[in-house]
Design a protein around this ligand. Structure first.
Ligand code: SF4
Length: 369
């Protein structure tokens, strides 16, 4: 029993699958995904984009394979990146087989869209031969006609039924190494569909609010939708869909996980909005710190608070804290207790150094243990 039960999330028990070397579901960490938006035939451009996502901490990357040239390029791309690659296939079963042969760790494909039972068998066989998992990706915008006729419009029940129909096809082929998503751009619809699916099966779930929007709007929408589900213990891997650079999707994904205490990566800054009481310029300090500490991957907590109203309290809960004081002398807290004072001109470099030192000690401890 946790000493802080109000923070406890009881995770849904899901089946464990693998996307290459990355476990998804079961007790494995909730992973963060993104998708490239370069032409897949532009190998150098796609690899560069994946490297940027890797630097931001991505666990799994999806790449579209709309034609044969793309599946050819896929093998080259996979050789040059470190994270498992999911091949996004829409309808064409040959692309799925080529992607599996090219080394894709997972195929995003809806078996009900491939065509004949023979084709499904061939794709499943290719996945088995090459150690590929799959993702069934149901989307409210492209629901099957018979379900739209049955339900009248995209609704949670229709999304769940579609997902289970696709799942049954794989199960009938003795294939269980898959995860499922039921995305919609409407948060109410997506959340209700995921809740329904979570209750109806034990497959791992890939969460996402599709076409969420630009950086700010999409972040808020995704945080509400994905956050709501994760809080309820639902979800094994997430992708934040933003009309923004891939690394932003990854950063937002981590911020959602960090907010819920699910995964920690990099520096988590607690800072006040600032007001007339601030002893230094909080906004520009936090902006500068976010940039200068972006390279840190160890989970360090840092509080940057403008004055003593909330500074000491927040500093108690963080590894390193800074609280604005009068007369340009600000208090630095280490491990929750007041440690020494620093003046404004030296403050920024000093905090960066303290955080880097703390991160290095965490990294060293991790290496040992
Ligand atoms: S902590 Fe101090 S500076 Fe920051 S908003 Fe509150 S009162 Fe203002």
């Amino acid at each position: 029993m946790s000493s802080r039960p109000y923070r406890q999330i009881n995770r849904r028990k899901s089946r464990l699958i693998h996307v290459g070397s990355v476990p998804v579901g079961g007790d494995s960490p909730i992973t963060v995904q993104t998708m490239t938006n370069t032409l897949t035939t532009d190998v150098a451009g796609t690899v560069a984009q994946i490297h940027r996502a890797e630097a931001a901490g991505v666990d799994i990357v999806r790449v579209s394979c709309p034609d044969e040239d793309s599946t050819k390029a896929l093998a080259d791309i996979i050789r040059q990146v470190h994270v498992p690659v999911v091949a996004d296939i829409h309808f064409h079963y040959r692309r799925a087989i080529e992607a599996a042969q090219a080394g894709a760790a997972c195929l995003r494909i809806n078996p009900g869209n491939i065509g004949s039972a023979d084709r499904v068998r061939e794709v499943v066989q290719a996945a088995k031969d090459h150690g590929c998992s799959m993702r069934i990706g149901v989307n409210a915008g492209s629901l099957e006609k018979h379900l739209l006729e049955k339900f009248g419009e995209p609704c949670p029940e229709a999304l769940v039924e579609s997902a289970l129909e696709h799942a049954r096809i794989l199960e009938d082929n003795d294939f269980f190494e898959f995860k499922i998503s039921v995305k919609a751009s409407d948060v109410f619809l997506a959340v209700a569909a995921y809740q329904g699916l979570a209750a109806a099966c034990d497959y791992p779930l890939h969460l996402g609010i599709t076409e969420a929007g630009g950086l700010i709007g999409g972040t808020v929408k995704s945080a509400i939708g994905i956050g709501n589900l994760l809080w309820a213990g639902i979800g094994d891997t997430i992708r934040v869909s933003l009309s923004a650079p891939v690394e932003e999707e990854v950063k937002v994904g981590y911020e959602i996980l960090k907010s819920l205490g699910i995964r920690a990566r990099g520096v988590r800054i607690v800072s006040c909005p600032s007001c007339a009481r601030q002893g230094f310029d909080v906004v520009s300090t936090v902006e500068a710190l976010e940039k200068r500490l972006a390279h840190i991957t160890a989970p360090v907590t840092l509080s940057i608070i403008g004055c003593v109203v909330n500074g000491p309290g927040e500093a108690r809960e963080t590894d390193i804290g800074l609280t604005g004081g009068g007369g340009e002398a600000h208090m630095v807290y280490v491990a929750g207790t007041p440690d020494h004072k620093i003046d404004s001109p030296a403050m920024l470099d000093h905090i960066v150094e303290l955080v880097e030192r703390k991160a290095a000690s965490l990294d060293a401890a991790k290496q040992k243990g």
